[in-house]
Design a protein around this ligand. Structure first.
Ligand code: GN1
Ligand code: MG
Length: 380
């Protein structure tokens, strides 16, 4: 809603906040603009006792999530399960996990047609911050550890309780087919501007089905996974940069652990933004990969299978190609899915991701070697 003035945004936030179990007087609100899908506001309230409490109000994008109520059922189950587990382990865990605040009517969400659809309210995790790009190896380690721990936290949920919020979300061959169809239709006449990229993807096509084929053959276990493990979905402690909590649970669903690790390689090993247009800045940094893998395996080595471990490096390449294809598809389709900030934004993002994929590809042997070294260190 960038067309609203600051004052109008504040009024809107106050109106929406008024629908939730929030105690206190509305003080101010701001839009958080780093997600590509949902609209997110942070609102601050003063309680009667004079405390300042902050909340996250978020509209679920129903173009992307066709069944927001299903998303919310998943999120409720996951947040409750995690709170239960974390609170049993750590006495002072209050406020360190995501909690949903009830809406008027008693549900964890409310449909407000005049405000664009379905809204929900979370606690703001205080004393934490996020990074859009990784700055040092400590952050990479913490991201790996946080998402690895998340996989462990949800590992004992009943997988039948969690439904697919976006079917075939990480089905890379289907993402490829969708791209080829969009290029074929070329409704906006944009295919000519990305011929080279389409050629590149065609050359990669034979390798894109590896994970789904192995999953189908029972060679990779289906787990409950996060599926959107971008570096900016980890809240790190403001002072120590230690991981506190992972956020953005809308795509938690049955999947492969490798999708989560792959998306971390994509976002926690490169110091350039996902939409950096200067491709000379876009490359994977080995020290970041090493720390990321160490953090992730510290949390997961006890339960990952040999096949999962052997494919960790490959998954980084695959997921980077996959999101590049999704950006390119959206560019060809007219930018309906990802929020863009200028006309060729999705094309720039796609080029960036393909450059990163090439960089990862060139380092696969070193990455593989490092994984083996780490795995051996656990059995020493
Ligand atoms: C979207 O909304 P955000 O920024 O957390 C997308 C992810 C992509 C990511 C790319 C539901 O995540 O799959 O990897 O953009 N989320 C959905 O930055 O499609
Ligand atoms: Mg997000």
């Amino acid at each position: 809603m960038s067309e609203l003035t600051e004052g109008e945004v504040a009024e809107r936030i106050a109106r929406i906040g008024d629908q939730f179990a929030i105690n206190g007087d509305f003080l101010y609100g701001e839009e958080l603009r780093n997600g590509h899908i949902n609209t997110t506001y942070r609102a601050c309230y003063r309680t009667e006792e004079g405390h300042l409490d902050r909340y996250i109000l978020q509209r679920i994008n129903d173009y992307v999530f066709k069944d927001p109520a299903l998303v919310m059922k998943n999120v409720e189950k996951v947040t409750r399960h995690i709170s239960w587990k974390v609170m049993r382990r750590r006495k002072n865990a209050a406020g360190q996990t995501l909690t949903l605040y009830p809406a008027r009517g008693g549900r964890s969400y409310i449909n407000l047609p005049e405000e664009g659809g379905m809204w929900r309210c979370y606690n703001n995790i205080e004393g934490t911050h996020t990074y859009d790009v990784v700055e040092n190896t400590r952050q990479a380690y913490q991201a790996g550890y946080a998402f690895g721990s998340f996989q462990e936290l949800v590992s004992d949920m009943n997988p039948d309780d969690i439904r697919e919020s976006i079917p075939d979300f990480h089905n890379t061959p289907k993402r490829y087919e969708a791209l080829m169809q969009s290029a074929e239709k070329d409704e906006l006449g944009r295919a000519a501007s990305c011929r080279e990229e389409l050629e590149q993807v065609r050359a990669w096509a034979p390798q894109l089905g590896k994970l789904v084929e192995m999953q189908r053959a029972g060679q990779l276990p289906t787990r409950i996974t996060h599926n959107d493990t971008k570096i900016n979905n980890v809240m790190l402690d403001e002072d120590s940069d230690s991981a506190v909590c992972v956020i953005d649970l809308d795509t938690v669903m049955p999947g492969l652990s490798l999708y989560d690790f792959g998306d971390m390689v994509r976002t926690a090993t490169c110091m350039a933004e996902e939409d950096e247009a200067d491709l000379s800045k876009v490359h994977m940094q080995m020290p970041f990969f090493e720390s990321l893998a160490e953090g992730y395996l510290d949390a997961t080595h006890s339960f990952l299978t040999k096949n999962e471990i052997d494919l960790l490096a490959f998954s980084g390449w695959l997921i980077t190609v996959e999101i590049g294809m999704r950006f390119l598809t959206d560019y060809l389709d007219g930018d309906k899915y990802f929020r863009i900030h200028y006309a060729e934004h999705n094309l720039v993002r796609a080029r960036n991701q393909f450059a990163l994929a090439k960089s990862i590809q060139s380092m696969l042997p070193q990455m593989q070697k490092h994984i083996r070294k780490l795995v051996n260190s656990y059995s020493d």
